[in-house]
Design a protein around this ligand. Sequence first.
Ligand SMILES: Nc1ncnc2c1ncn2[C@@H]1O[C@H](COP(=O)(O)OP(=O)(O)OP(=O)(O)O)[C@@H](O)[C@H]1O
Length: 274
Amino acid sequence: MRDRTLQHDNPSHWPKDDMTPKAERARSGGQAARTAVEIVLDHAGYAIEGKPVLRDLSFAVAVDRLGVVGRNGSGKSTLARLVAGLIAPGEGSCRVNGLDLARDRKSAPREVGILFQNPDHQLIFPTVLEEMMFGLRQRGQSRSDAEAGARRVLANFGKDHWTDASVVSLSQGQKHLLCLMAVVAMAPRLLILDEPFAGLDAPTRTQLRRYLDLYDGAVLHISHDPADFAGYDAMFWLDQGQIRASGTPETVLAGYTKEMTRLGAEDDISDLAG
Ligand SMILES: Nc1ncnc2c1ncn2[C@@H]1O[C@H](COP(=O)(O)OP(=O)(O)OP(=O)(O)O)[C@@H](O)[C@H]1O
């Protein structure tokens, strides 16, 4: 495709100085524009136990809201981990803002934060404040700076009254919001969401989406729910470790939904991996 903000055929042709997001939209509650992040994969591949999970992926994007859909097992989480630098490609390369984060682990926390599906895998401290301070302390902030930073984010989210709350007393939706706030406190340029809202009820999802919308860094969002991509700049549909379609949410989701409906009439859930 020829959209200057999203190309998946030849990253080397993508103009390096084109960092302008397609839509510099006003944010809810403010007029500041979000900042786009550049993600470039060049013939990237990744295999697990000899089985290719991502295959020859090439794309270059510079958008502030990027969605990814795909069936179970299509490689979405692996792609998220690759972009976050948690794994290195077996072949090719993956760069975020020009950095190879799998090698440059020092820069990684500034560039990328990642939210997983299960908050219980992410939350390790007894109180909200301690949880919020942890990442900032890890980044070398003094105790008082980390506490001030954590309190600032809690206040921005209107959650000052959560400061001393015990984490185990929070509902599942509240735990998701705490994880989101803890990552936002780190202010990564790119926030990667790996289906973090799956399993939550509709009102909770809508509320979390609203908080997410306030984030002025870039977001790469993996989800099975088309509603999560409202207002997004661009999307990928991942299929068996390759990009099957890319473009605006409207075009990608139309093809994806049609194909998912067709597959729903079949019975490939019976098939075991070879
Ligand atoms: N630790 C592992 N060991 C073996 N195979 C794995 C492992 N992790 C992932 N895979 C395989 O890699 C493929 C892609 O997995 P991945 O989790 O990236 O897909 P996904 O699109 O995120 O799936 P889902 O929507 O179910 O979360 C799947 O076939 C999966 O079985």
